[in-house]
Design a protein around this ligand. Structure first.
Ligand SMILES: *Cc1c(COP(=O)(O)O)cnc(C)c1O
Length: 390
């Protein structure tokens, strides 16, 4: 048994004396020691054992192990949310006077960390356009500690060339390279084998896939994960065993679901591109995407997000969203149910107009998270809403 999907399905917390088939939910805050000597040895780190669910729990460990299989990672840690994972992975490594280089198009709360919280701690961030390789190189300073990126980006779906990025890492071995791999999922994109140090996910999105629980995970080199563990252990953002139990089961079907998200999304992107009321349909696996060849080389599929611009600006965009019958309007993504979002008035409303335009977000931009419904029904709903919003 050495193929990825088999390993994920068969990764399982150690069976208890009840000989259960499916993994039980370990709702326990602490774990007992066999005797006083074992307690001493565990605390002295001579022996490894579960101690307290803020540090580790059989359900969270099982979830992490599955993500490590998918990402080809040495080690990982689970957090209560995606932002917990982003914050923990950054905060562990920065100190006063440090500098971060990040791609400009990043998740809203990560942007708040870089522009509001970290400056208070004496840490500055320079933003660069994801596709501008020269800008990445020029932004690096002697005090640069972290390079951070999302690929594909939200909602513009721009990619960073991971092969090129790995070359940059070789030139700057002391800088920690961190990717938020949430949009791609570890099924579609594996950044660690390229040489990227840490890969982060909001498990809330595709890993759960059904919009139920929050979760976050970071995987990468053992030596870096050990340092992040110090932060989890002493600040307490650990994932709940219940969420880990849900998420671990969900990972068994992540690959199957992503194949369907991808085929549905490609069909939607093609239908939108052929429609006269839309402009700039963005999807990594559309041949019109400027980085189509790169997408094909570093991703197994184009993902589940399609972004497009509707003719007629915000008023038309609002009419389109309100005219959708099956597809719901919510700011989440990566759900089995298709979702529509208007980034300019919601997820990116805190940005200035010119910042939005720099990210390719106009008043007519609509982001679709394509779900697992039948392709014909998704496309029919979009086409009728385009018609009704004229
Ligand atoms: C949703 C999201 C996050 C934050 O995750 P939460 O689980 O909501 O805290 C971080 N990065 C990306 C790319 C996301 O989509």
């Amino acid at each position: 048994m050495n193929k990825e999907q088999s390993k994920i399905i068969r990764e399982q917390a150690e069976r208890s004396s009840s000989r259960e088939h499916s993994v039980p939910l370990y709702l326990t805050s602490s774990f007992i020691f066999d005797n006083a000597e074992q307690g001493r040895a565990v605390f002295a780190e001579e022996e490894s054992a579960m101690v307290y669910s803020r540090y580790a729990n059989p359900n969270t460990t099982e979830f992490i192990n599955k993500v490590c299989v998918m990402e080809e990672a040495e080690a990982g840690l689970a957090f209560a949310s995606g932002m917990g994972a982003v914050f923990g992975s950054l905060a562990t490594f920065i100190k006063q006077g440090d500098h971060i280089v990040s791609s400009r198009a990043i998740f809203g709360s990560t942007h708040q960390l870089f522009t509001q919280l970290f400056p208070r701690w004496g840490v500055t961030t320079s933003y660069v356009d994801a596709v501008d390789q020269k800008a990445w190189e020029e932004a690096i300073q002697p005090n640069t500690k972290i390079i951070f990126l999302e690929s594909p980006s939200n909602p513009g779906l721009e990619l960073v060339d991971l092969e090129w990025l790995a070359g940059l890492k070789r030139q700057h071995p002391d800088i920690i390279f961190i990717i938020d791999n949430c949009f791609a999922t570890p099924y579609l994109q594996k950044p660690l084998p390229y040489g990227i140090d840490l890969s982060i996910h909001s498990a809330t999105k595709y890993m759960d896939g059904q919009g139920r629980v929050l979760g976050g995970v970071v995987v990468g080199k053992q030596e870096l994960i050990d340092q992040i563990m110090f932060l989890i252990r002493h600040t307490g953002p650990a994932m709940s065993p219940f969420n880990a139990w849900i998420l671990s089961k969900s990972l068994d079907t992540l690959g199957l679901r992503m194949d369907r998200h991808c085929s549905n999304a490609l069909a939607v992107a093609e239908a939108l591109e052929a429609h006269s009321d839309t402009m700039q349909v963005k999807y990594p696996f559309l041949p019109s995407h400027p980085q189509y060849e790169l997408a094909k080389s570093q991703m197994k599929g184009g993902g589940g997000i399609v972004t497009f611009e509707i003719e007629g600006g915000q008023a038309r965009a609002f009419r389109f969203i309100d005219a959708l019958e099956m597809i719901l309007y919510t700011s989440n993504l990566g759900d089995s149910r298709s979702i529509a979002t208007h980034p300019a008035s919601t997820t990116h409303s805190k940005l200035k107009e010119e910042e939005r335009l720099a990210l390719g977000i106009s008043p007519g931009t609509i982001r679709l998270s394509i779900g697992l419904e039948d392709q014909e029904d998704i496309i029919a709903d979009i086409l009728q809403a385009l018609q009704a919003s004229r």
